[in-house]
Write a protein that binds this ligand. Structure first.
Ligand SMILES: C[S@@+](CC[C@H](N)C(=O)[O-])C[C@H]1O[C@@H](n2cnc3c(N)ncnc32)[C@H](O)[C@@H]1O
Length: 322
């Protein structure tokens, strides 16, 4: 796939606001090869599934078609590809959700995992290094959880784990557990692209874990390598699928982990003691060797309390702090 189209497709599957998409210029878009690549990588159910919501697809294709039309100087020579026009007609006749429904609905987002080799989006990276989550960017807090979207701290930690040699060595070949996983973005990254031996994705919210279970299949991952478990901090870990799914995994009991990950978990002073006791529990009872957490520091006092409490039983290094 052409690099310009690869970049556009990567942004499109992350549902970047249409005016902010890196759209090729008109003369480039006129090319039938480019239009064909746009159709097959962004709008064709058979080759690009899961596609973004119909309303989003419609907004993007509208801009693309308008730009092609503006650039047509010779109608005999230049044209809009039939497949794009047919898709446009189908999208127009497909019922759309209301704005309120859209604001509450979860949709599949396809992230492009950060690549250590190059910062450019190549066809190889969009073809192979994707992470599919089920989420809604506009849901800050819904049904009592903040986990229905992937937060910036998870994206930053994902970049650290994928692009630095220290980050990659933390995960490769290791048994990973993620706490407060939300959409499971980091766990999918570890299982799919960072060669984790196995990954346990945990959160306290069963609805989030159902979405993650669905996305395990969407990401083409086997449940023998990544599975979900409920872990509300301060209570026992519940891993219902652990023993029944796979005999080999069951034989590895007692459950042990090499590394635990957490992103954006330090936002509420009330839950810091529970989080810290869970981290301690992991070190004391699950053979944990390292815990890596990324945080958006919303409140310096809460963050300081977390560091001070951890500092009583752990030695830690702060990476990339501002
Ligand atoms: C801000 S979200 C972060 C989600 C994800 N780590 C990310 O960065 O995208 C916080 C997550 O912690 C989970 N959480 C909050 N309190 C928890 C608790 N006491 N036990 C377990 N999980 C909890 C929430 O359900 C939510 O998924």
């Amino acid at each position: 796939m052409n690099n310009i189209v690869a970049l556009l497709a990567a942004q499109y599957f992350e549902q970047v606001d249409p005016p902010n998409l890196s759209l090729p210029d008109g003369p480039t878009l006129i090319s039938p090869a480019i239009q064909n690549a746009i159709f097959s990588s962004m709008f064709n159910e058979d080759t690009a599934s899961p596609l973004p919501p119909v309303s989003y697809q419609t907004r993007v294709l509208k801009i693309i078609i308008a730009r092609i039309e503006e650039s047509i100087s010779d109608p005999e020579e230049d044209e809009i590809l039939d497949s794009l026009l047919e898709k446009w007609t189908t999208l127009l006749s497909t019922p759309k959700s209301s704005a309120l429904e859209q604001a509450q609905k979860l949709t599949y987002l396809k992230y492009t995992a950060p690549s250590p080799a190059t910062t450019k989006v190549s066809s190889e990276s969009t073809g192979r290094r994707t992470i599919i989550t089920s989420e809604n960017r506009s849901l800050i807090l819904a049904s009592g959880t903040t986990g229905f979207r992937t937060w910036e701290a998870a994206l930053h930690l994902g970049t650290f784990l994928s692009t630095t040699s220290i980050g990659k060595s933390l995960v490769a070949g290791k048994r990973v557990i993620e706490l407060g996983a939300g959409t499971g973005f980091l766990s999918f990254l570890c299982a799919k692209h960072l060669r984790a031996d196995n990954t346990l994705v945990t959160d306290r919210d069963p609805t989030l874990l159902e979405q993650i279970d669905d996305c395990i299949g969407k990401n083409g991952l086997e449940k023998t390598r990544i599975r979900t478990g409920i872990w509300e901090w301060g209570l026992p870990l519940q891993v219902p699928s652990f023993a029944v799914e796979d005999e080999d995994v069951a034989k590895r009991e007692p459950i042990e982990f090499d590394i635990a990950l957490g992103a954006d978990l330090i936002y509420d002073a009330d839950i810091v003691p529970l989080l810290v006791s869970t981290i301690r529990n992991l070190f004391d009872n699950y053979s944990l060797k390292e815990f890596v957490i990324s945080a958006t520091v919303r409140n310096e006092d809460t963050f300081r309390t977390f560091l001070d409490t951890c500092g009583k039983f752990l030695s830690f290094t702060r990476v990339g702090s501002q």
